[in-house]
Design a protein around this ligand. Structure first.
Ligand SMILES: [Zn+2]
Length: 250
């Protein structure tokens, strides 16, 4: 191992999810990068079948590689939904190799697809952190942000329109009530005249009263006339009578 360590095209380094395996040299597509290895577990043996960790690599129904040992550097390789490497499984040899499926550049993180079972059991519940899924999430977040912004702008435009409508309505109302007030003032003028008419009516009433008074006067007049007539008649008739009598006498 130490003799070939300088020839290894990879190193362990920090990745998004903790540690990962990174290329230190260009790796051509199709190249075996590293072997995934560890003790073989026999599912027919109860104690071996009971072993549970995240580094188990199932070769067949019976055999599983326990890759959790420190020496298995390949265990640092993270899962990716669109990987640049794959696990090349040799069930009969009970061996697994990680092989490049793309040209990998120095600095690139090496990854392979862990498979559906692992994905469902470990990655889906916490959300896959691979580049493809992060990109998808980033895109979704950007779309959600754009949608929120669109809705916010729509709401703002609506609020602005409503405010404008309200302002317009209030202006119309003010205009209308100003018109009404102007009309009402005009009516009040008429009202004054009608009040004047009423006053006139009062005047008429007054007239009526006057006429009543006149009537009473008339009555008085009649009365007076009656009196005067009697008085005058008496007075007038008498001198006339006296005169006549006097004339007649003379
Ligand atoms: Zn993913």
């Amino acid at each position: 191992m130490p003799a070939s360590s300088s020839q290894k095209p990879y190193r362990v380094g920090r990745s998004r999810t903790g540690l990962g395996l990174f290329a230190t040299k260009p790796i051509k597509k199709g190249t075996k990068i590293i072997r995934y290895f560890g003790p073989l577990l026999d599912s027919k043996k109860k104690d071996e079948d009971a072993i549970e960790n995240k580094y188990l690599f199932e070769l067949t129904n019976r055999w599983t590689i326990d890759g959790s040992i420190r020496e298995n550097v390949a265990r640092y390789i993270n899962h990716a939904c669109r990987p640049n490497a794959e696990s090349d499984v040799k069930p009969r040899k009970r061996k697994v190799f990680i092989r490049a499926i793309k040209d990998i550049e120095p600095g690139d993180e090496i990854n392979y697809d862990y498979g559906t079972d692992y994905f469902k059991a470990y990655l889906k519940p916490i959300g896959c952190k691979c580049d493809a899924c992060e990109k998808k999430r980033k895109k979704k977040r950007a779309e959600a942000r754009a949608e929120r912004l669109r809705l916010k702008e729509k709401a703002e435009r609506k609020a602005k329109r409503e405010a404008e409508k309200l302002a317009e309505m209030r202006a119309r109302q003010r205009k209308a009530s100003a018109k009404k007030a102007a009309k009402a003032n005009g009516k009040l003028g008429n009202g004054n005249t009608s009040n004047g008419a009423a006053l006139n009516g009062n005047g008429l009433n007054g007239k009526a009263l006057n006429s009543k008074a006149l009537n009473s006067k008339a009555l008085n007049g009649k009365h007076l006339n009656g009196h005067s007539l009697t008085a005058a008649a008496g007075k007038r008739v008498a001198p006339l009578k006296r005169g006549a009598a006097r004339v007649l006498q003379a």
